[in-house]
Design a protein around this ligand. Sequence first.
Ligand code: ADP
Ligand code: MG
Length: 198
Amino acid sequence: MKIIARGAEATIYDNKDIVIKYRKRKGYRLKEIDETLRYSRTQREFNALKRCHDAGVRVPIPMRISDDGDRLYMEKINAAQLDYRFSPLVMSGVGDIVAMMHKAGVIHGDLTTANMLMNGKKITLIDFGLGYFSKKDEDRATDIAMLKSALKSRHVKVFKQAYQLFIRHYKKRIGKEFKGIETHLRDIERRRRYYENG
Ligand SMILES: Nc1ncnc2c1ncn2[C@@H]1O[C@H](COP(=O)(O)OP(=O)(O)O)[C@@H](O)[C@H]1O
Ligand SMILES: [Mg+2]
């Protein structure tokens, strides 16, 4: 088995075109808390991936969770991390897929360009360990605000164009629900400015 990535939370293995995401034990956490966190994130990720896949949103197809609850088996996606070969133009496709995910009732919870894979024009969303089910404007706005600040910090030179393209496509696809989401986005930003300048 080959290791493809080693993050703070998980190690990602490639086993003959199946990807295994293993959330390793963290010694500094109390054992019970550590297990609850690792199992619940694995389960949340599986559930969110399944809901997305069933709704036709491009994500790795989830296969199963190991009996001990800390390994997720899923389809391997042959694509590069979006932030490594970023161009603001890809954000139109990101706007479309994030809107589709929200329409399917899924909130990602950690929406950054590091959690998107790209192959040609095809975008795939990954890393749903903080994902949950909701169709609330407020929760959708939280996802968008997180993506916006990720764009600002990682792709500062093209941030404006990238975000505009994202919003234009997101708005078009999410439809009339955009109005409520936009209101919450403004609230989030007002609060953020207040704390940053306060
Ligand atoms: N299904 C997959 N197919 C191919 N590569 C993957 C897949 N899942 C994860 N990866 C690779 O592993 C990296 C880390 O995965 P991710 O789910 O984001 O874990 P973490 O929680 O550690 O950030 C990704 O950026 C990607 O490069
Ligand atoms: Mg990640």
